[in-house]
Design a protein. Structure first.
Length: 327
């Protein structure tokens, strides 16, 4: 069976990707330093502990498995941290990806699927973001991802590295079968934070800014279910396998939810009150990020099936109550 090297396979999205890859007949090989990931999340293929900064270790793993493709999820991805420690983002994400891309090229592995982000677009007033929207990131996290996109284009021109770039909007939910789920420490994502507040694992959910230019004053985001998102990655892999050209795709639903709307849905799905408080804006946050996702639907044939807000919260809630990683 064909091996796929999954960097960040011990993290939230990478672990779900390993599950669908295994289901699609590939052997997912997780390459992860565990800087934010979990050994317990690696369940569907071999685990190779290593850092993107360690070129010799990358070469060793490419030689051992001879993967047909790379899925590159490994990154630091907290916007707040990127504002205060930009050097870590440029180093880990950009230099780390350069090592990985160079190692892939040197090993003759020429299909590459990359986790990018809507944070590469930055702030565009009242615009639905499509793949041609100018990428003007507001923070070092988005800037690091845009730089990696540029790197992929240069490596394709020089070395034939074919790639699919996925620009995710907000990823939410968990494996409905409960084998893997979202477990970030510290947690910074809205839905798990809300669920923590609901069952008393934290005091209250802080809304960061209530004076944005939106109908209820809170930021608007587009949410996509993690299972739908990783299904798109398998389609991306098949796209490259069938010889189609390198391409960037947004992955979102095109529907925006404000923070208050997500809170309301969480209260309904869990049938519990949501403790909350209002706080100031957070540096680096855009007012509204909503996808124009037509390209993934029409070209890849992507059909998100669970990305309605009720399913995302219900799946996250089930995982939240029953699942956790110890190490
Ligand atoms: N979660 C979201 O809503 C979202 C949105 C847009 C983009 N993304 C992108 O998706 C990818 C996965 O995000 P996630 O939420 O699963 O994050 P995560 O923190 O759960 O997973 C990232 C994994 O990468 C590993 N890692 C980080 N740096 C590494 C290094 N130098 N060497 C080896 N391993 C390293 C971590 O240990 C972790 O297991 C990231 O690239 C992120 O930027 C996520």
């Amino acid at each position: 069976m064909a091996h796929v090297l999954v960097t960040g396979g011990a993290g939230y999205i990478g672990s779900h990707a390993c599950k669908v890859l295994a289901g699609a007949g590939y052997v997912p090989v997780t390459y992860d330093s565990l800087v934010t990931g979990w050994r317990d999340a690696v369940k569907f293929g071999p685990f190779e502990q290593g850092d993107l900064m360690d070129r010799a270790r990358l070469d060793e793993v490419f030689a051992a498995y001879r993967p047909v493709a790379v899925m590159h999820f490994a990154a630091l991805s907290q916007v707040g941290e990127a504002m205060t420690e930009p050097g870590r983002y440029w180093s880990n994400n950009v230099t780390g990806s350069l090592n990985l891309i160079q190692a892939a090229v040197d090993a003759g592995c020429s299909d590459f699927v990359f986790s990018s982000t809507c944070a590469t677009y930055g702030e565009h007033d009242n615009v639905v973001l499509d793949e041609n929207t100018p990428q003007l990131p507001l923070n070092a996290y988005g800037a690091s991802k845009r730089a990696i996109e540029d790197m992929l284009r240069d490596f394709e021109a020089a070395h034939g590295l074919r790639h699919v770039i996925f620009r995710y909007f907000n990823v939410a939910g968990a494996d409905p079968e409960g084998e893997v789920g979202e477990f970030h420490r510290p947690e910074t994502h809205l839905i798990p934070l809300i669920l923590d507040a609901i069952d008393g694992k934290r005091d209250a959910l802080t809304i960061h800014g209530t004076d944005y230019d939106t109908p209820d004053g809170t930021c608007i985001r587009d949410y996509v279910h993690v299972m739908d998102l990783v299904d798109a990655h398998v389609l991306g892999l098949k796209w490259l396998e069938s010889g189609k050209p390198s391409r960037a795709f947004n992955l979102g639903t095109g529907t925006g939810f404000s923070v208050r709307e997500v809170l309301d849905h969480a209260g309904v799905v869990t049938n519990r009150p949501v403790p909350m408080r209002e706080g100031p804006r957070r540096a680096g946050d855009a007012t509204k990020l909503v996808s124009g996702s037509v390209r993934a639907l029409t070209e890849l044939g992507w059909r998100p099936a669970r990305s309605d807000m009720a399913s995302m919260i219900a799946d996250a809630w089930r995982w939240h109550q029953n699942g956790a990683y110890q190490s």
